[in-house]
Ligand binder design. Structure first.
Ligand SMILES: Cc1cc2nc3c(=O)[nH]c(=O)nc-3n(C[C@H](O)[C@H](O)[C@H](O)COP(=O)(O)OP(=O)(O)OC[C@H]3O[C@@H](n4cnc5c(N)ncnc54)[C@H](O)[C@@H]3O)c2cc1C
Length: 358
């Protein structure tokens, strides 16, 4: 593992993590599935390495990466030990196949789809068709006791990074909403200000959880830190559950042209341009084209294919909201809170409370 880290840093390679298995019947453990390949597993152990079979879902940025790092997606039991496997392989390893898709790309034009014509994301179904992994690239091989903590550790860092990146999405969403409020000249209306403030609160709550999670992080092993588990899970939980409301606020503030704005072909058509310049005008001192461009961005990011991606990615990326709830509940000290309630209710004396300071 340490050698691999050294190689990784020396070569400055890019890798993605394929953790989420396709999982088949969600109510069954890996070894209980009708088809044993629905979680990635070791099918052969040799002196020089292992052979693995299975498939991972939703692997982000696998295609443009140099390497794929694989690890178990959940806690395992003794019977599941063939599924306790972690390793790294280059993307061109024999038997490794990527079924890739990307986020609704569009041709670059003058005005339509300003975001999707420039940026996108790919995810893959990552298939391991009896892929050989040399032993020096195998990091877990049957040690099922560690699968749960490895998966949880990955999730903590992932959720922590969400606390940094997701507020960036909110910045874009509130930027669109604030701009269109200005162009429609409703930015002085109190309900518009309240709705913009709601988006700000969501963004800053998530960001604050990220910062607080870092500040309350603890050293873990040589040279590494782990952020506060509860706080970063709360940050990711807010991100995943509030995104729908954020997008709703943008729609509410922007107005219906978010989806009914004429195409650039019509807007720049010689016969139509003057009509559309005139009738799509908002606030008098704002060029119509600016307003139309802002609506195009709103449409691109909140009302078509990419909007769906943002919503589902926020909800499920880094684990579905229930995964965060479970982690938050399990790690939270409810007994301490019960003690507080007992003291306040007169069931227990304040002096008996462990953290009582007079
Ligand atoms: C855009 C995007 C990018 C992603 N990128 C990556 C990546 O790069 N690498 C990677 O490894 N993963 C990645 N993921 C995967 C992500 O972590 C999963 O989508 C997430 O963990 C949910 O798993 P799932 O999609 O299989 O949904 P499911 O697990 O099927 O969840 C659907 C619902 O069922 C519930 N559920 C599931 N199992 C049970 C159970 N046993 N009991 C009760 N309820 C249950 C869940 O809580 C949820 O409400 C990505 C996902 C998305 C959407």
């Amino acid at each position: 593992m340490v050698n691999y880290v050294k190689y990784f840093q020396k070569e400055d390679i890019a890798a993605t993590c394929a953790m989420t298995d396709v999982k088949g019947d969600r109510s069954l453990r890996p070894s209980e599935q009708v088809d044993p390949d629905l979680y990635l597993r070791i099918v052969e152990k040799r002196d020089d390495g292992i052979v693995v079979r299975g498939a991972k879902a939703h692997t982000t940025a696998a295609v443009p990466s140099n390497e794929i790092i694989v690890m178990p997606t959940r806690a395992l039991r003794d019977k599941d030990k063939d599924y306790a496997v972690a390793f790294a392989v280059p993307v061109d390893a024999e038997g490794l196949k990527f079924v890739a898709r990307s986020t609704v790309p569009r041709e670059r034009g003058k005005m339509d789809s300003p975001f999707r014509s420039r940026w996108g994301v790919t995810e893959t179904v990552t298939i391991f068709d009896d892929v050989f992994v040399p032993m020096d690239r195998v990091f877990m091989c049957g040690e099922w006791e560690f699968a749960g903590s490895a998966a949880e550790l990955f999730a903590i860092y992932h959720r922590h990074s969400y606390c940094g990146c997701k507020p960036g999405v909110s910045d874009v969403l509130m930027g669109i909403a604030a701009l269109l409020a200005e162009y429609n000249n409703v930015e002085g209306a109190s309900h518009i200000q309240s709705k913009l403030t709601d988006i700000v609160c969501t963004a800053e709550e998530i960001y604050a959880c990220g910062i607080a999670g870092s500040v309350q992080g603890k050293p873990m092993g040589p040279g590494t830190y782990v952020p506060n588990i509860t706080l970063v899970n709360i940050g990711k939980y807010i991100a995943g559950t509030h995104i729908y409301e954020e997008i709703y606020r943008v729609h509410d503030i922007a107005g219906g042209l978010t989806i009914t704005c004429p195409s650039e072909k019509d807007y720049f058509h010689p016969e139509l341009k003057n009509y559309l310049e005139k009738y799509l005008k908002g606030k008098a001192d704002i060029p119509t084209e600016h307003r139309v461009r802002a609506f195009k961005l709103a449409e691109d990011l909140t009302a078509h294919g990419f909007a769906g991606w943002i919503m589902v990615a926020s909800c499920h990326g880094g684990g579905s909201p229930e995964a965060q709830r479970i982690t938050i509940y399990r790690g939270y000290d409810f007994n301490k809170r019960k003690e507080i309630a007992k003291c306040l209710a007169g069931i227990k004396k304040f002096e008996e409370f462990p953290e009582f300071e007079g």
